[in-house]
Design a protein around this ligand. Structure first.
Ligand code: ZN
Ligand code: ZN
Length: 407
């Protein structure tokens, strides 16, 4: 083999990764993410990712909970899963990274969420022992931890963990969306491993904030149900899916890298635009200068992500560093007009996984299974060319059947 970075006969290749999945319930039915689905268990997430989605690297962000750790131990003891030398838990061809999502609040500011990932089950168990005294219930998801954020960062990094602010621009508990204008006001930016853009922002929007230039971007689903796994994801160039390889990709080390972010066009996001809760209008940027709706005068405005970014921007126009991976707009299969459960099942039977349908199957082959029109939509979804309307105030924008012109 003449591959430049091959070891143990492995070579760099593309893997798909979604690093923000919650646990709804444990195997014994204990609630972890109370709003999450009942069937969203550690084992079911692994199965869904491996068998149906075709996602080879999964981040579970409720693995700090001792009741979840018990489920993980049981899966390891039964031989159904195994810990791998590079860090993470393997189930078939998929590797699970063990992580947490926590809420933190600095004095005088609003709270925000961050993710942290650890290399092994014993590492995250030890982190759990450390955080428990600072939390009300360590068995629940996304709980507040009463520790200054710099101390938390130090503790995570000292344990070999990765610190990643979550859904940073969302008005609901995103660090930029609700807490600060600059991360450097409250954090050590040099030990931020990456940020998660969140469902209503893309790299172009994030390019208005200069302190983000050196920081990698991730796009994840924040799934609260099995079907939402992979609605946003990343393609990574790795030797294998593992904790170590993931952290090398964030550092662009020896050929490992993030190849692309796949996400909804932000216009489809629920919180993209500022929205009037009285008359249901979505307001354009130039209409939200004041605190009143320009249509009905109401003050019941729900601020959107784009408008928040433009408020906190320190640049007049977006700048995307040349080394930043492409952000590819992708309409999830569930949004494609006419693609219901039956047709999706036919496609999965024919091509194996959603990633295979979205990335690896020719239009003609799709067409043989579900007909020309649907095959065409899937190909347009792949390239982000389905027409979308703006989302705002908690509703998604709509996908229309009209093909986007001249793009
Ligand atoms: Zn969150
Ligand atoms: Zn979450």
């Amino acid at each position: 083999m003449d591959q430049p970075f091959s070891t143990h006969a492995q070579t760099l290749r593309t893997y798909y990764a979604d690093l923000h999945i919650h646990i709804g319930r444990t195997n014994r039915g204990e609630a972890v993410k109370i709003s999450g689905s009942r069937n969203l268990t550690f084992l079911n997430i692994a199965k869904e990712a491996a068998n149906r989605k075709g996602i080879e690297l999964i981040g579970i962000v409720d693995a700090h909970a001792p009741v979840v750790q018990r489920d993980i131990r049981e899966a390891l003891d039964s031989g159904e899963m195994r810990e791998i030398p590079g860090g993470g838990i393997a189930y078939r061809d998929t590797v699970i990274l063990l992580g947490t999502e926590l809420e933190v609040r600095e004095p005088g500011l609003k709270e925000f969420h961050f993710l942290a990932f650890f290399r092994s089950l014993s590492d995250i168990e030890s982190f759990t022992s450390w955080i428990s005294p600072y939390m009300k219930n360590v068995n629940l998801s996304s709980q507040r931890i009463y520790v200054p954020v710099r101390q938390l960062q130090n503790e995570i990094v000292r344990r070999g963990g990765l610190f990643i602010p979550a859904h940073v621009f969302t008005p609901h508990k995103g660090i930029y969306g609700s807490s600060v204008h600059r991360m450097e006001e409250i954090l050590d930016v040099s030990s931020v491993a990456a940020i998660e853009l969140g469902l209503s922002a893309d790299s172009e929007m994030a390019g208005y904030i200069s302190e983000l230039d050196p920081i990698p971007f991730l796009t994840n689903s924040d799934a609260h149900s099995l079907s939402k796994i992979g609605r946003e994801y990343n393609s990574l160039r790795l030797l294998e899916p593992s904790f170590d390889e993931f952290s090398y990709a964030l550092q662009n080390k020896d050929g490992r890298r993030i190849e692309a972010n796949y996400g909804l066009n932000p216009r489809l996001g629920k919180y993209h635009r500022t929205y009037c809760a009285s008359c249901n209008s979505i307001l354009d940027e130039d209409q939200v200068t004041g605190e009143r709706c320009s249509y009905c005068g109401s003050t019941k405005l729900v601020h959107g992500v784009l408008d928040r970014i433009l408020t906190i921007a320190d640049r007049d126009r977006s700048y995307i560093p040349p080394e930043r991976p492409d952000y590819k707009y992708q309409v999830p299969l569930e949004f494609i007009p006419g693609l219901g459960k039956v047709k999706l099942r036919l496609l999965l039977e024919a091509f194996g996984s959603e990633m295979a349908i979205l990335h690896r199957t020719e239009e003609a082959a799709l067409s043989n299974v579900v007909g020309e029109e649907l095959a065409r939509y899937i190909v347009l979804a792949r390239s982000g060319e389905l027409r979308l309307s703006s989302g705002g105030g908690g509703t998604y924008g709509k996908v229309s059947k009209t093909q986007k012109q001249g793009s």
